[in-house]
Design a protein around this ligand. Sequence first.
Ligand code: SF4
Length: 220
Amino acid sequence: MEKSAERIIEDLEEGLKYYSLLGVEFIELPSSSQETDYLSLKEQILNCQKCPLAQARKNAVPGEGDLETELMFVGEAPGRDEDIQGKPFVGRAGQLLTKIINAMHFQREEVYITNLIKCRPPDNRTPHADEIEKCKGYLLEQLEMIKPKVVVTLGKVASDFFVPNRLGMSALRGNFYEYGRIQVMPTFHPSYLVRNEPNKMLKKMVWEDMKKVMAFLGKK
Ligand code: SF4
């Protein structure tokens, strides 16, 4: 016969009293297998030497956020601030991304943020095809673990990975594309918006794209 929730709680309380009588002050619960797999993947990325970008980096930047989220943001590669701090999107472009996420009625911690490649290319150059090839497995594993409903790709390089084609960002953005079970929404990279600050039209277009994502996720 199945135990009721009350009965389970009573049994747990009894068990905890027993351990407390024995002088046990805390019990370490096993972490979920998703969390264990994630920590192991993070460790692999932090120590990765698969491509030459490992030589010049200060920190690899695996990504951060909620592993249960429906919404993931994928940029191109870490920049200078991200390389120093080991966190994704923490510079000016990152602050703008956080504002966009908040405007979508999410907290930054409620989504997952990462990049296509995990180490900074020198002088923020575009990642080479062979670097993407060597690194892409990490992103694919993150997608497999997190299973987001929507991935917002930030900029051409990340968008090309999910939606390979010859279209420029202006033509590509604003539409959903299927990537397996994931809906991919390409939009402009926040650093492009920062570099083109006076062009308010760009921000408006990104906001139009994000409203489509909100509508898809039933976010008001
Ligand atoms: S960019 Fe990716 S493949 Fe290259 S060293 Fe960093 S984590 Fe490894």
